[in-house]
Design a protein around this ligand. Structure first.
Ligand code: SAM
Ligand code: SF4
Length: 333
């Protein structure tokens, strides 16, 4: 008699996508609401929705992913720190067995109050967004953000003992591209790694290619040595790094240096839908499944099903790409 075929437990690692890439990193959007509404990120009409998932539901989703091989979790949004229960969300996720690192991407507006409690809750890394050192330029990017609170929040984070602090800058031609050297100095003076991001087509603005920024920095006399592959592999992220005298300088270049080949990340949007790719639409309704009483095995099967459709890469550079994308606010970058 032929033995019955062994069916693999869907909860057992590795978590592979359709291209055979192993997923170890989860980006979790904990809200699609934001107190800044930056022009390049937030559609003018975007109102944001009521936060749907409870802390226990995030914990459940993360624990299923952790059983499947996810080791790092990033909380993002919208602005994650406007959730009143963010300390509970972060703490519960940091305590999930198998999760090695919890990071947050934030606009820093609530960090003066939260930098230390978040670290105590188990968050070890912060990526902070700051596009300009000029209040007037900031005002042209965000009508409603509070510029002073960002600077205070960054200083609080710099003094709170995080293992890693990065400063994310989305570069827009004619808006903040001239400030790139000053932003490098600002970040390095606070022990942060600046990272310059090519603008993706989610909102307004004109991108500046990474190569041009590197040339500009070198033209100011800054010595930059390519650090590249080693560092990229270590962080398993899309950034490529150069070494400057006072620290690293990173570039994230979705338009000119496609980073999809080494993608190890999976996203859950603020409504609880798994999104297999920032630039795609394959998804699984994890929140609805949880509310419907799904078992961990059923959740794992849904996750594997959506990842089975994960595309090879995004198509941001194709004409009209922006129109077909899901909102950055809901997916969380
Ligand atoms: N509110 C938080 C913040 O601003 O850091 C987290 C969410 S935000 C969507 C995550 C990251 O996406 C930020 O670093 C932001 O600068 C980046 N981002 C938003 N829109 C972008 C765009 N059109 N192109 C490139 N990066 C973008
Ligand atoms: Fe809000 Fe961050 Fe998007 Fe700016 S980049 S609108 S702060 S979510």
């Amino acid at each position: 008699m032929t033995p019955a075929p062994q069916t693999r437990d869907p909860l057992t690692p590795p978590l592979l996508d359709a291209q055979g890439r192993t997923m170890t990193y989860l980006r979790l959007s904990v809200t699609d609401r934001c107190n800044f509404r930056c022009t390049y990120c937030s559609p003018a009409s975007w109102g944001g929705k009521k936060d749907l998932l409870e802390p226990g539901e995030f914990e459940r989703i993360v624990s299923v992913f952790a059983r499947m091989g996810i080791r790092r979790v990033r909380l993002t949004g919208g602005e994650p720190l406007i959730r009143p229960d963010i300390l509970e969300v972060a703490g519960r996720i940091a305590a999930v067995s198998g999760v090695e690192r919890v990071a947050i991407t934030t606009n820093a507006s609530h960090l003066e109050r939260l930098a230390l409690p978040l670290r105590e809750a188990g968050v070890s890394q912060l990526n902070i967004s700051l596009d300009t050192l000029s209040e007037a330029t900031f005002r042209s990017i965000s009508k409603q953000g509070d510029f002073a609170s960002i600077l205070k929040g960054i200083d609080a984070a710099a003094g709170a003992g995080y293992a890693s602090l990065k400063l994310n800058v989305v570069v827009m031609r004619g808006v903040n591209d001239a400030e790139v050297p000053a932003l490098v100095s600002y970040a390095h003076a606070r022990g942060m790694t600046p990272r310059f991001i090519e603008l993706m087509p989610f909102g307004q603005g004109t991108p500046v290619p990474t190569a041009e920024l590197v040339e500009r920095l070198q033209a100011t006399g800054l010595e930059l040595a390519a650090e590249e592959e080693q560092q990229s592999a270590a962080t398993a992220g899309p950034a490529r790094y150069w070494r400057a005298p006072r620290g690293l300088v990173g570039f994230i270049s979705p338009l000119t240096q496609n980073f999809c080949g080494g993608c190890n990340r999976v996203r859950v949007a603020s409504n609880g839908d798994l999104r297999s790719c920032l630039g795609g639409r394959a998804q699984a309704p994890l929140h609805a499944l949880i509310r419907g009483g799904a078992t961990d095995t059923e959740l794992a099967l849904a996750i594997r099903g959506a990842l089975g459709e994960k595309p090879e890469g995004h198509r941001f550079t194709e004409p009209g790409a922006g129109a077909s994308l899901l909102s950055m606010m809901g997916i969380g970058g």
